[in-house]
Write a protein that binds this ligand. Structure first.
Ligand code: TRP
Length: 459
């Protein structure tokens, strides 16, 4: 990115696409998606997920892109400029992002922990991958290592933000394509492991009886999380674009890349679950414990494993910086904080919440403590943060964004911006108009309400 007229711009078209894709491709694709696809029934979940991305995901992304480029402002400022009664939607997004980044940095730290583990102690990891993973989280004592690496990851995120994102843009250009290639290679190996065919059958077996409200809500929240939607990150990114950039093709490319990475990760991990028999009881273990089975089965597995966790770390940090930047920019631009103070303040709270998140995984077994109200059970911490953001706050943010574009700002204004005043083709404009006005608000709204009323928000 370079600075012109006080406004940072991306140095090239590819720079924007890779930065937006860098924000989108992260732990959501590799750490979360496969576990959800596995838990929600394989093939049928994939189909629901693809439909949601194609209809809801692309339209919400287009809505965010057009708001951002129209106003050249961050989320809150952009909404205020278009209609000052709605700036709070951006504020809600910032809060959501903050909750996400608290646990995101900890999981990013786990990736670093595994880089080191693969270099120094791969035999122990491979001897019992699940035990190793749980050990990291405190099954055998206070999880010092996980906390130290979580702290380092958070610190790195903060340092990168304090220097601006130019370096990230450059690194993304090199590392994102490598990540893509490594994933394809690992996916092929995983699918050819003895016993993997059961996993493939699972992924291709479309049995819609496995689809219930929870699965749909999970797919919806996962789509928003994975595409970085519902909290204004894409508004901010697009605010750096010029009228020459084609928002229609950018939307298509970013959504496609992100979804391909998620699918590759799914087809890398789930066949390995069946081939190795390491079926984790905890969703979070997929990217860490299960994959050991693949690395063990390839020549040079130690090196490739290390490379994989390095890339995972990298994918995570391009996402964590995008979220934290949104929070810091909000405090600076809207609340008049000094940038350094805003950053330090965010870090302190992030660290406290992050520590509780890690401790609650295994060490304190907070998952075992439930509040039960009218038959609905709440875990107090641990996964609760994820439930709160993925199943409520992100869908809510996306709902408000589409409602805003569909009914307040107006889809025609959004379409005008999308085509750059008629310069670019947007063949699906009529469909977009209909979706953003009716399909998105009704579908997302109904799913959120159903989730709350029927308790589907907690599986
Ligand atoms: N999309 C990222 C991932 O899949 C996470 C992320 C980055 C995000 N920015 C976001 C999620 C904004 C929601 C909103 O890992």
């Amino acid at each position: 990115m370079s600075t012109t007229e006080n406004r940072v711009e991306f140095s090239s078209k590819l720079g924007f696409i890779l930065s937006a894709a860098g924000s989108a491709v992260g732990l959501g694709n590799i750490w979360k998606f496969p576990g959800k696809a596995y838990a929600c029934g394989g093939g049928a979940f994939l189909i629901i997920y693809l439909i949601i991305v194609a209809v809801v995901g692309t339209s919400v992304m287009m809505a965010e892109f057009t708001i951002g480029r129209k106003t050249h402002k961050g989320a809150v400022g952009a909404l205020r400029e278009l209609n000052n009664k709605f700036a709070w939607i951006g504020g809600l997004g910032v809060l959501t992002g903050f909750i996400i980044v608290c646990y995101y940095c900890q999981v990013g730290g786990w990736a670093m922990y595994y880089i080191v583990a693969y270099i120094t102690d791969v035999k122990t990891v491979w001897a019992d991958p699940m035990a190793y993973f749980l050990g990291m989280l405190g099954a055998n004592g206070f999880p010092v290592g996980a906390l130290v690496w979580g702290f380092i990851f958070m610190l790195l995120t903060a340092i990168i933000i304090s220097y601006g994102t130019a370096g990230i843009e450059k690194m993304s250009t090199i590392l994102m394509p490598i990540l893509f290639l490594v994933l394809v290679g690992l996916m092929i190996r995983s699918c050819t492991l003895p016993g993997a065919d059961e996993g493939l059958a699972y992924m291709f077996n479309v049995d819609f009886s496995t689809i219930n409200g929870t699965a749909i809500l999970t797919a919806l929240g996962q789509a928003f999380f994975s595409l970085s939607l519902g909290m204004g990150v894409m508004i901010t990114y697009a605010s750096y674009l010029s009228r020459e950039d084609n928002l229609v093709s950018n939307t298509a490319i970013v959504c496609t890349l992100d979804t391909l990475v998620a699918l590759f990760a799914g087809f890398m991990i789930i066949p390995a679950v069946f081939a190795t028999g390491i079926a984790p009881g905890m969703g979070g273990a997929f990217g860490f414990a299960t994959l050991a089975g693949v690395f063990m089965a390839i020549p040079g597995g130690q090196f490739i494993g290390m490379l994989f966790y390095f890339l995972l770390f990298f994918a995570a940090i391009t996402s964590s910086t995008s979220i934290l930047e949104g929070c810091v920019a909000f405090l600076v631009e809207e609340k008049g904080f000094e940038r350094k103070k805003a950053l330090v303040g965010c870090c302190v709270i992030m660290e406290i919440v992050g520590i509780l998140y890690v401790l609650s995984q295994v060490y304190m077994n907070l998952k075992g403590i439930w509040i039960s109200r009218e038959g609905i059970q709440f875990p107090i911490f641990g996964d609760f943060l994820e439930y709160l953001t993925d199943r409520l706050l992100l869908p809510l943010g996306a709902f408000l964004t589409t409602f805003f574009v569909g009914w307040i700002w107006g889809p025609d204004n959004s379409i005008e911006e999308a085509t750059g005043g008629g310069r670019n083709k947007f063949a699906l404009a009529p469909a977009y108009k209909f979706i953003v006005k009716f399909v998105d608000p009704i579908a997302i709204g109904a799913i959120i309400v159903a989730g709350m009323v029927f308790g589907m928000a907690i599986s």
